[in-house]
Every structure is written in structure tokens, then in C-alpha cells.
Write a protein that binds this ligand. Sequence first.
Ligand code: PAF
Length: 285
Amino acid sequence: MEVIKNINILEKKIKKIKKTKKIIGLIPTMGNLHKGHIKLISLAKKYVDIVVVSIFVNPMQFDDLLDLKKYPQTFNQDYDILNREKIKILFYPDNHIMYPNGLKNHTYIDIPKLSKIIEGKSRPGHFIGVTTILCKLFNLIQPNFSFFGEKDYQQLLVVKKLVQELNYPIKIISLPTVRLHNGLAYSSRNNNLNSSEKEIAPYLYRIIKKTHNTIIKNKGKNIQKTINKSKKYLIEKGFNIDVFNIYDSNTLDPITQKNKKLIILASVWLGKIRLIDNKKITLKD
Ligand code: PAF
């Protein structure tokens, strides 16, 4: 595997690949790779000739400096995983390469509305960081496809909007959330859970599933009552709730009686760790 840290080398490499007309797929990551990333790689291999993985813990998307400091960085382990997965190109820049003039006056991409609600409201500036770094990576790597997990559901919608509205010729492919045997979604943040938090964490998805099943059983009636009950269970288990609500799954707007395609979005704190998860709900007409 070639580890590229420098933009000139990357550009030369991409130019060479483009000449051969090979299809490029990009998997942007912040490292600390887990089973979810490995499944993304397998999915990407079905679509493209060359899978490029990037590892960059993007400081622009962290609204909390402590969170950035705590973010697990495990390069050697990641390198071994990518090598085993036969990845040929890893783009692994540092901050000076991606933000040579610093962050303060850097150009940014800001998507109105969709990036300001829910996660965007709780983490101001987060999606500006995500969309800005993705534009930089898309411009440098010029992928034909790019791959994202559905756990970060709002991020996925933000990325799709970015690509559509800025006319990037890139197809966004998403992968359903990959879970541990106990239902907990794989996340780099799970590594920071202590042993008792690890026992509690799976209840998040259990409660989401229960909420989903109750809403289906009630054919979409009394949704608010169901949500309130679920929130009570979450609090009883020890979660601090930031977001637990139901939205239109296409727009993330609040739902009305007419909406049939819904999504439960959850962001909760377990101690100092923020966990997110979701589940779609399809109501029959
Ligand atoms: O989901 C992530 O890991 C990050 O937000 C991404 C897409 C790699 C951008 O830094």
C-alpha cells in the first residue's frame, strides 16, 4: 500500500490513474478503523477499480477541542487493516497539508438549513467542517464514487446535497449501519466507553427498535407518547438525551400525519461519550 501524505504526489498519482480510465472510489475516514469501515471497503470494491482511503482527523469539524484531543488515533493498526484489505492508496495528510494557512480564515462550505438542525444545532460548525474537508478531498482525489455509513444519517443527507448542488460528478453510496452482536453500532467512539458504559450502550439500539416496533404497531398514531416513553427508558438506563425524535427521512423536517417515510434519530451521552444511532420507519398508506 502506498501511503501518500503530500498533495503534489497525490495529484500526480490521480492524474496517472485517470489516464487509464480506471474508476476511483473514495472512502473518507478519520481512522481508528473498525468493522463498519471494512464492510465499506468490501462494498466499494464491488463498484470501483481503485479504492482510495483517506485518514484525516479533521479539526474543522470538531466543535469541542477536548473531543478532538480524545479522538482515538491508531495509525499502525489502521495501516495493517488497510494492507490486509489490499488497499493500494492511503491518503494520510496532516493538518499543515490540509490547512496550510490554519483554520481561522480558511474558505468553507456551508449548507443552509439541513446542516443547521439536529446534530448541526447541537454541534455548531460541525457540518461546515465535514463539507469543507469533503470538498477538498473530492477535488484532490476526483472519485467517481464515494462511500459513507448510514449511522451518521444526517451527514449522509448533507453529503448527498453537497454533491448534487455543487455538481460533483460523484455517486454517493451508503452502507447500512454495521452492529456488534448486541446491536450497538460500530463507532470509533465506542473505544472510549468504560466497562459499565459498554454494558449500557446496547440499550440505545434496543430502545430505538422498541420505539420503531410500537410506532408500526400503532400505525403511526400516538407517536409523541411513544417517544416520551422511550426517552424515559433511556434516562432510566443512564443516558443523557440530546436528540431523540422522529423526522421525515428524506428532509429531516418535523413529521406531519402525511409522512410515511420516517426516521428515528438519536444522539445521547453516556458519561462523556456521545453516541448516535437511527432507524427508518415505513408506515403503510
Ligand atoms: O464520518 C466521518 O468519519 C467524517 O465526518 C468524514 C466523512 C471522514 C469527514 O471528515
